[in-house]
Design a protein around this ligand. Structure first.
Ligand code: SF4
Length: 191
């Protein structure tokens, strides 16, 4: 898929279709020029899932890690490059890993301080979740409904409600179960 390059994946035009789990990882990566292991894995597989090629992915991660001036390209190549190649099945056991679905993401250890993987509907502090949802232009009623699903530990239902609110649609057949499904459906809504 030539549409997605190391440059375009971090543009608003592409990121507006990301679910919250992926957009927070991308934002933190761009702000901190680093992500810890689980976050790297989660975002790397998501980007692979949208169709980012291995060459573009390596360029994207190199740029993201080195542009802050703390990590050199040499360091990146020594410490991180293998990991990203591995995720594309080019190293080690050469398994062609599938992008993580919501169930897999929710089965991983929860993020500790300084980590940004996981599902925001489970892992955000309620205050942060509410302000994030308001920033996404959800009405108070929509926010309350999402928060209620989170309290009932129905995180994918919360995510589905946000999808419907953001896209002003109520597609009864839609149940978000995978971040890449969110992305694809969001792009379909835009066409
Ligand atoms: Fe991501 Fe799934 Fe959580 Fe939505 S429900 S934010 S797609 S992990």
């Amino acid at each position: 898929n030539d549409e997605f390059t190391h440059r375009t994946v971090k543009t608003k035009k592409v990121m507006e279709h990301f679910p919250l789990c992926a957009s927070q990882l991308m934002e933190q990566l761009q702000a901190n020029h680093h992500l810890r292991y689980q976050g790297r894995q989660q975002l790397s597989f998501f980007l692979k899932g949208i169709g980012l090629s291995v060459d573009e992915a390596l360029q994207f991660w190199t740029d993201s890690f080195t542009s802050g001036g703390k990590i050199t390209v040499d360091q990146f190549n020594k410490e991180y490059r293998y990991n990203f190649r591995h995720n594309y099945g080019l190293e080690g056991n050469r398994i062609n890993y599938k992008p993580w679905d919501c169930r897999t993401i929710l089965s991983k250890p929860r993020p500790s301080r300084g980590e940004y993987h996981g599902c925001p509907y489970r892992d955000y502090h309620p205050d942060k979740l509410v302000s994030t949802l308001k920033d996404m232009s959800l009405t108070q009623q929509q926010v309350n409904s999402v928060v209620e699903s989170c309290q009932q530990q129905d995180y994918t239902i919360a995510c589905t409600k946000v999808f419907e609110a953001v896209h002003q649609t109520t597609t009864s057949d839609l149940q978000i179960v995978h971040p890449n499904q969110y992305f694809e459906r969001s792009r379909q809504c835009a066409t």
